[in-house]
Design a protein around this ligand. Structure first.
Ligand code: NAI
Length: 332
């Protein structure tokens, strides 16, 4: 069975080649993302394996179907980039990795909070230049602060538990509150309550049409002056123009983002020699109190191992005509 990979980075090859020893698939890797420009290069593949920024629209799917591709395997959880109806009507199965190491993302969220607050990135550079002064590095204790968590699914839950360990008062908002977390000391409240009460707010809900731009001019104005805002979820949850304004007015004291609404043009690429034609990201990166990481929260040894194993297993099961063990792994 042959699998053609798109958006394949060296680390993808490393993990997929390692785990393919058990599966024995014929693997072909393309560095470019999948889209109409390259779909004709697919030859003799039974499955294509794609990531978050591949464009798997109806046009691409119809070519894949004509070329005999039977499976589209996402090596990520989100699937907003795949036209599921087109896959269904072309008889192509679609699978994903619904869960891989939620702790990886939760821990990166903590790293962002600590970096912004304790300024370890600045301290590192300062000390290397023999500047041992502490001026400008003042932080605050997380212990005793109110941590607002929006979305307490797999990642939000892991994050809540870590923050309880820091001695934070953890308050949360979710459409479906989790009883276990309540018994562990998390207090659920309304979305507005979170905005008003929290010293730090961390977003862990998926991007849906309902919550697109949930962080906007109005909701930012309801937050405490000097709030810390962290988004490791999806860029479209935050209105970028509004957050820039809130940073300039000091309503938001610190912003940490691992995701950005226009990230597909930037993230996962080395653009160090390019002129970036996106004034919003340039403005965000110019603030001393903003930390941008390029969608790396998932990027741990454990998560990549799990992604490779689950993806290859999904393809094997669907290829044999049976269903993967986790029902939510199958989209079509
Ligand atoms: P999950 O499905 O386990 O949990 C999401 C939770 O959000 C659910 O409890 C749901 O009820 C809640 N929710 C949905 N809409 C909401 C709203 N409007 N307000 C409040 N809560 C709402 O998902 P999981 O695995 O925890 O992932 C969360 C998000 O993290 C993903 O949707 C994805 O966008 C992001 N993610 C980011 C990664 C990164 O590397 N930065 C990697 C993996 C996921």
């Amino acid at each position: 069975m042959k699998i053609t990979f798109f958006s394949a980075k060296p680390y993808d090859r490393q993990f997929f080649d390692r785990y393919n020893e058990e599966f024995g698939f014929d693997m072909e890797y393309f560095e470019t993302h999948l889209g109409p420009h390259i779909v004709n290069a697919v030859e003799g593949a039974d499955a294509v394996c794609v990531f978050v920024n591949d464009k798997v629209n109806a046009e691409v799917i119809s070519v894949l179907a004509k070329k005999g591709v039977r499976i589209i395997a996402l090596r990520c959880a989100g699937f907003n980039n795949v036209d599921l109806d087109a896959a269904r009507s072309n008889g192509i199965r679609v699978c994903r990795v619904p869960e891989y190491s939620p702790e990886a993302i939760a821990e990166h969220t903590v790293a962002m909070i600590l970096t912004l607050n304790r300024k370890t990135h600045k301290a590192y550079n300062r000390v290397r230049e023999q500047n041992f002064s502490l001026n400008g590095l003042l932080g605050f204790n997380l212990h005793g602060k109110t941590m607002g968590v929006i979305g307490t699914g797999k990642i939000g839950k892991a994050f809540c538990r870590i923050m309880l360990g820091f001695g934070c008062k953890v308050v949360a908002y979710d459409l479906f509150p989790n009883k276990d977390l309540e018994s562990e000391g998390i207090t659920y409240m309304s979305f507005d309550g979170i905005l008003k009460e929290s010293d730090i707010i961390s977003l862990h809900c998926p991007l849906t049409p309902e919550n697109h731009y949930m962080i906007n001019k109005e909701t930012l104005a309801s937050m405490k002056k000097g709030v810390v805002l962290i988004n490791t979820s999806r860029g479209g949850l935050i209105n970028t123009a509004d957050i820039i304004h809130a940073l300039k007015s000091k309503q938001v004291a610190y912003l940490g983002i691992d995701v950005y609404e226009q990230e597909e043009k930037l993230f996962f690429k080395d653009l160090s020699g390019n002129i970036i034609d996106d004034d919003n990201i340039q403005r965000l990166m110019s603030f001393p109190n903003v930390l941008v990481t390029a969608h790396q929260a998932f990027f741990t040894e454990e998560a990549l191992s799990q992604i490779a194993q689950v993806t290859l297993n999904n393809i094997r099961q669907l290829g044999k005509g049976s269903e993967p063990q986790t029902p939510s792994a199958v989209l079509v």
